[in-house]
Design a protein around this ligand. Sequence first.
Ligand code: F6R
Length: 608
Amino acid sequence: MCGIVGYIGKNKAKSILVAGIKKLEYRGYDSSGLAVIEDGVILCKKAVGRISELEKVLDGNCDESNIGIIHTRWATHGAPTYKNAHPHVDCANKIALVHNGIIENYNYLKTKLQKNGHILKSETDTEVIVHFIESYYEGNLEDAVRNALKEIEGAYGLAIIHLDEPEKLVAARHGSPLIIGIGNEEYFVTSDVSAIIEYTKNVVYLDDGELVVLTKDSMKTTDIDSLPISKRIEEIQWDVNQVQKSGYEHFMLKEIYEQPQTLRDTMLGRFTTDNSVVRLGGLQDKCELLRSINRSVIVACGTSWHAGLIGEYMLEELMGMPVEVEYASEFRYRDPIIEKNTMIIAISQSGETADTLAAIREAKRKGAVVLAICNVVGSSIARESDCGIFLHAGPEIGVASTKAFTSQIVSLFLLTMHLRQISGKATDLDKELVKKLKEVPSQVQSIFNNDKKIKEISRIYKDSSNILYLGRGYNYPVALEGALKLKEISYIHAEGYPAAEMKHGPIALVDKNMPVVFIATKDATYSKILSNIEEIRARGGKVIAIASEGDSEISKMVEHVLYIPETVDALTPILSVIPLQLLSYHMAVMRGCDVDKPRNLAKSVTVE
Ligand code: F6R
């Protein structure tokens, strides 16, 4: 989690570092800190809480330096306190370091350092690194870093400065993303490009095991044994406006409202004009390989896992392919059965989720083909997979995933259509399905007309302690997603269940104080779900139904109805999730919660 920015160049470092780290605050925000070299010393300033607290401490300080590093923390080892905040410094206060990731053998290393007389002041795993660099330092920072890294087991993205080499910034990556931005007589280091696109769009993505030495006007990349590595400069496609709020109160709301556009972007250029062929650039030369696949395992976490469940239904219904959906964290520690023709589909917005990354590594080790569905180009998962589909949904900043979810569903649909096509299963139905898909963005737009009503319902139920979400078929994963969205940003306890499963336990919770959200669109399971609604009503539960436009019958059975347009079953989740995203957003805002930065959560979970 956490966020890193580093700067070296012709400009003053502080304002660049602070502006950059603010863009990463969504990644972790329990404490932050900055270090620069100024007036012949390392100046290190830290604060507990949001970055605004650090800004207060920095007011009038650290203004002159042209080199520095900054960090925003999401605690893993040690509480969010001043002494645990990064940067960490060595005993002599000459080296400062910021770190993303986890050092697994830090207890052992700490004892070793303490025996050698080092005084460690924090409870973090990170601090051992800076002391090892100190112990290896003989006048050359990069050599000392290299030697120190050989002691370390675990994941890191690091940026380091040394008082005796004020013209040099060293960065290294293993298992935690790190990107170098190339400016004019200046270089940037960051864990996420959104921190630096205001300054440059030219970047180099470091790979695991690489170390980079930056001066104002040079960049040298090597591996851990000093072997030079030549890197490709890539151009970022996102623009600055895409990472700003554009007048919305929160990123989450902006991202919910962006969906008609992001859905179009996910589809852009992916069909022939007569809708007969789905073209996926990332799978172009993989037809032979994909044709040989007879089983898929989808691995993902959280919201992406919910999209995976929808993908399972699609691939089964429209491709006849056996599919399993696994939590990446479980998959990686089992002994999963990967046969010759098994394909792993890894779904991840960030492309950096540690468990999903580890799952694909495990699958590759066992010989599986890995297809990634990712939003972030250049992310670790995108780069380590054999092929894939990018969402093209633009940066998702709000911690709660919204637009990525709907673009993931579209991508899974495109994948399903592509597989039908290359395996000779396409029929007249396919053109019709693509036509339906193309209608979805404007259908999403029309749902926003209900926002006033959604707000009213939110006001009625905002003080609830528990809410149940029920759905069947394609809408069962939507029930899970609705419940996750609500609990993560409003802290109301919510559970999602397949509606029929309710009778096997959860119905015991239902009384007049229990609001129940039913996703009851006119699909294959419609009549069944009406019976489930009756069961809740009979026990006094208050029902909010998401129903298909024109369904006047349902309004007689329930307290509130939110209508959505009709489409084919496989695409319904893109529409039915929209009112649920808005419902959780409004309830959270009404409860005074910080929806973009919910407590205890981070946008990109780069630790196990
Ligand atoms: C929920 C949410 C998380 C992520 C999960 C996976 O709103 O955002 O549950 O979906 O951490 O993240 P990615 O998709 O980046 O792998």
